[in-house]
Design a protein around this ligand. Structure first.
Ligand code: PNW
Length: 461
């Protein structure tokens, strides 16, 4: 039996724009994703999150499904423009009420809410008025918004995540232009990333100074990182893999654990990488109570020569700055995202984090996979997803046995949803969603995961 500690947090995750729908209801203001989806060619078949899973109207029945799995923890995000329709000013009463009811219903069902404050749906007003995350006022405006959430929900919410995957926001939103706001640049990602880090730090400072002492919760940031395995045992390829991890995770975790960007980034990015001031360094250092990690895949890394630079979706950075050539082993199986299934990469990444950041408490806030699930006679037999999660959990268990402090795991996602630029073409859910009827069906993986939760683990076979 792969047994996990009794205190281990088992959960599943979603985000506001991917599931809520009701994009123009309940007083919600538009977000950059509402706008981005209207631009021809930006999303698969022009899909958008206007209806999504209609969770805004169906959250009570969704919680029934969570109860049916005995889900101990549920990670969701708050839509900033649902709380503050133009990004700042007077909070929307309807917006405040929606999440308040959601939180109450979760607690009543015995489910611990884990709340992300920013999962990419920036109020559109702040994009127009401040140039989005490039705007100097954004850190303060984010902290103001966070404070609205702490003051209304902090009596009941004890687990906060400031930002989801600032790397994706910076790289795919401001570098490659494939996510909102769709900017393409080789310097804006570093500026946006800097502002995101400061936003995180300022929100944490507000929480710690005004709310944490009386409310007693914890707050952290969630970063995403894939594993980078050296292509060969050559010194150059080892350095390339290390550099790739520093440009991916070190970019956002080093400032929080070490007070500055990685040296490899400083030397290669030069003046395009902002300086961290002494005041900001103090705010950033130690600003995460736990290490939130989203992990999906692994790639091979090699020292790049001029002809091998690659820039594919999800490749892990602006390759011209890193000089890393990424590839996959042709023997690796792939998910429907084209992401390789390499469970041992998860263990190696957890160990790398443990070594580099002085043994932090790590919570895996997302891990999962997309497959072409078919619903046959009301059943979805997603054996591939069960195998995927079992494989990754086996390696997480192994990492814990090696002494890495992993304290929780959240399966992405609770249900099929709007997969950003790929629209509804990719299904990540433990629950199947028919987007015409909004019918939900627990997949075989949901039933399997329920047993894992019940038994605090699973048989390795
Ligand atoms: C994460 N990449 O997104 C997000 O947190 C989720 O909202 C999303 O649904 C999930 O993973 C599956 O994609 C990512 O290209 C999107 O490297 C793209 C990348 C990484 C994470």
């Amino acid at each position: 039996m792969n047994l996990f500690p009794k205190s281990f947090t088992w959960g599943s995750a979603t985000s506001s724009y991917q599931i809520e729908g009701a994009a123009f209801e309940g007083g919600k203001g538009p977000s950059i994703w509402d706008a981005f989806c209207t631009i021809p060619g930006k999303t698969h078949q022009g899909d958008n999150g206007s209806v999504a899973c209609d969770h805004y109207h169906r959250f009570r029945t969704d919680i029934e499904l969570m109860k049916a799995m005995n889900l101990p923890a549920y990670r969701f995000s708050i839509s900033w423009p649902r709380i503050l329709p133009s990004g700042r000013g007077i909070p929307s009463r309807e917006g405040i009420a929606f999440y308040s009811e959601l939180i109450d219903a979760l607690l009543e069902a015995g489910i611990e809410p884990w709340v992300t404050l920013y999962h990419w749906d920036l109020p559109l007003a702040l994009q127009f008025e401040k140039d989005g995350w490039l705007g100097e006022e954004l850190p303060r405006l984010f902290a103001d918004y966070a404070e609205v959430c702490f003051s209304h929900y902090g009596d009941r919410v004890k687990h906060w995540i400031t930002l989801n995957e600032p790397w994706v926001v910076a790289m795919l939103g401001y570098g490659q232009g494939i996510f909102a706001p769709g900017r393409i640049s080789n310097s804006d990602p570093y500026r946006a990333g800097h502002q995101l880090l400061l936003a995180h730090a300022q929100a944490v400072e507000r929480y710690r100074s005004k709310y944490q002492p009386s409310q007693g919760g914890v707050i952290g940031i969630t970063n995403n990182c894939d594993w980078r395995e050296p292509l060969t045992t050559s010194h150059q390829d080892r350095l390339a893999a290390q550099r790739a991890l520093e440009f991916f995770l070190g970019w956002f975790a080093d400032p929080i654990y070490h007070g500055d960007y990685p040296e490899s980034m400083r030397s290669r990015v030069g003046r395009r990488l902002p300086e961290i001031s002494a005041t900001d360094r103090d705010l950033l250092t130690g600003s995460s109570d736990f290490f939130g990690l989203n992990h999906y895949t692994t790639m091979l890394a090699a020292e790049a020569n001029q002809n091998t630079s690659s820039q594919v979706y999800g490749n892990g950075g602006l390759s011209e700055d890193q000089d890393v050539a990424l590839s996959v082993d042709p023997d690796w199986q792939m998910t429907e995202m084209g992401w390789a299934i390499v469970p041992w990469g998860c263990r190696k990444l957890l160990q790398w984090i443990d070594d580099r950041y002085q043994h932090p408490e790590i919570v895996i806030t997302e891990n999962g996979c997309a497959f072409n699930d078919e619903c046959i006679e009301g059943m979805v037999e997603d054996q591939q997803r069960i195998d995927f999660i079992r494989g990754y959990l086996t390696e997480v268990h192994q990492a814990i046995n090696q002494g890495v402090n992993v304290t929780g795991y959240f399966a992405w996602s609770f249900m099929d949803n709007f997969e950003w630029a790929l629209g509804y073409s990719k299904r990540f859910g433990l629950h199947h969603v028919d987007f015409t009827t909004q019918q939900r069906i627990p997949k075989a993986s949901a039933k399997w995961y329920r047993e894992v939760i019940r038994n605090h683990g699973f048989d390795p076979t």
